[in-house]
Ligand binder design. Structure first.
Ligand SMILES: *Cc1c(COP(=O)(O)O)cnc(C)c1O
Length: 338
């Protein structure tokens, strides 16, 4: 029986067509700027996101760190969500490697940061305080596409204080597909945007950081310093090109399967399902706490992997088809009936 892995959309394996594109990619030394496939990926990403330039990074964590290092100096501060990836899930990199102080705020339930609170949190120009320099947003946030119109308001807010605006757009294409708008509309207000190629888009490795040429040139310097100057990286960039060209529109299927999964689990007694209207490819599930461990064990016995915790996150992706969703719902019914 084929394994069904719902822990994350990072678990996808390259398709046969993607592997072929990787095998056939022309390569060169990217540190000399001579890898034609990396150059093609960077041009393609910049064109799609609507920026002057883009930079291939080893991961989303690296792309976000490059943006923070580019916008902030030692002793500066960025405002960020309390559970944002750029604050909570990147090992404190901005503080450790950039001497940049985070100022976290709670996200609203819709994944936004309240802009009045952001404005009230910007520190006055006074030597007691770090200099507030940057606001970081995330789209999607916990699978939720941000409400349309919010990012323009965020731009107006940061402009009042002369701050920069960075988007952790790890899953920005999920948001664009969900909202039925061009991704450029969602990215336009930002100075920089990071995009993961290795989540729902299905590439094995890599992210891109998109922005103005002057910022991307600076980010390229930081990338070298961080050990991210990769040589014949075209092998990996080819997977990213394939992902951007062939796996964007199909994200709608992941959203449809997440909805099917939510509907199916809603009907299972003792499962409390969260699935909001702006949800993309994630379903959050709460079960009685004493059942979490046995549930995971039962699923694993049946070749289904789910994450732990009191609030279980189930993620759909390229390797989860409708039959897999049906099998998972049936297993939940069996477990809770038993
Ligand atoms: C996955 C993710 C990243 C980057 O993660 P990497 O594993 O470093 O590629 C950044 N932001 C969000 C919101 C993510 O989900």
């Amino acid at each position: 029986m084929r394994q069904i892995d719902l822990r994350s959309d990072t678990v996808t394996r390259p398709t046969a067509a993607m592997r072929q594109a990787m095998a056939e990619a022309p390569v060169g030394d990217d540190v000399y700027g001579e890898d034609p496939t990396v150059n093609r990926l960077e041009e393609l990403a910049a064109r799609m996101i609507g920026t002057e330039a883009a930079l291939f990074a080893s991961s989303g964590t690296q792309a976000n760190l490059l943006a923070l290092l580019t916008h902030c100096q030692r002793g500066d501060e960025y405002i960020v969500g309390q559970v944002a990836h750029t604050y909570k899930y990147e090992g404190g990199g901005a503080a450790v490697l950039g001497s940049i102080q985070p100022q976290p705020l709670d996200f609203a339930p819709d994944g936004t940061l309240d802009l009045e609170r952001v404005a009230a949190t910007v520190k006055p120009d006074d030597f007691h305080f770090a200099k507030t320099r940057l606001l970081c947003l995330e789209n999607t946030q916990n699978g939720l596409a941000l409400p349309l119109g919010y990012v323009e308001q965020a731009r107006e807010c940061v402009d009042r204080f002369g701050l920069k605006l960075h988007l952790d757009g790890a899953r920005i294409f999920n948001a664009a597909v969900k909202c039925g708008v061009d991704v450029q509309q969602l990215c336009r207000p930002f100075d920089t945007v990071s995009v993961c190629l290795s989540k729902g888009l299905g590439a094995p490795v890599g992210s891109v950081l998109c922005g103005r040429r002057v910022d991307i040139d600076q980010a390229r310097r930081w990338r070298k310093m961080l050990g991210g100057g990769m040589r014949q990286a075209g092998i990996l960039a080819a997977a990213g090109i394939h992902a951007l060209q062939h796996h964007r529109e199909r994200l709608a299927e992941d959203h449809e399967r997440a909805r099917m999964l939510a509907d199916g689990l809603q009907a299972v007694a003792r499962c409390s399902v969260e699935y909001e209207t702006m949800q993309t490819n994630m379903v959050f599930l709460t079960v009685p706490p004493e059942m979490v461990v046995p549930l995971r064990a039962f699923m694993a016995e049946h070749q289904v992997l789910i994450s732990g915790g009191p609030r279980i996150r189930l993620v759909t992706h390229l390797d989860i088809d409708a039959a897999a969703v049906e099998r998972v719902v049936t297993l939940f019914q069996q477990f809770f009936a038993g």
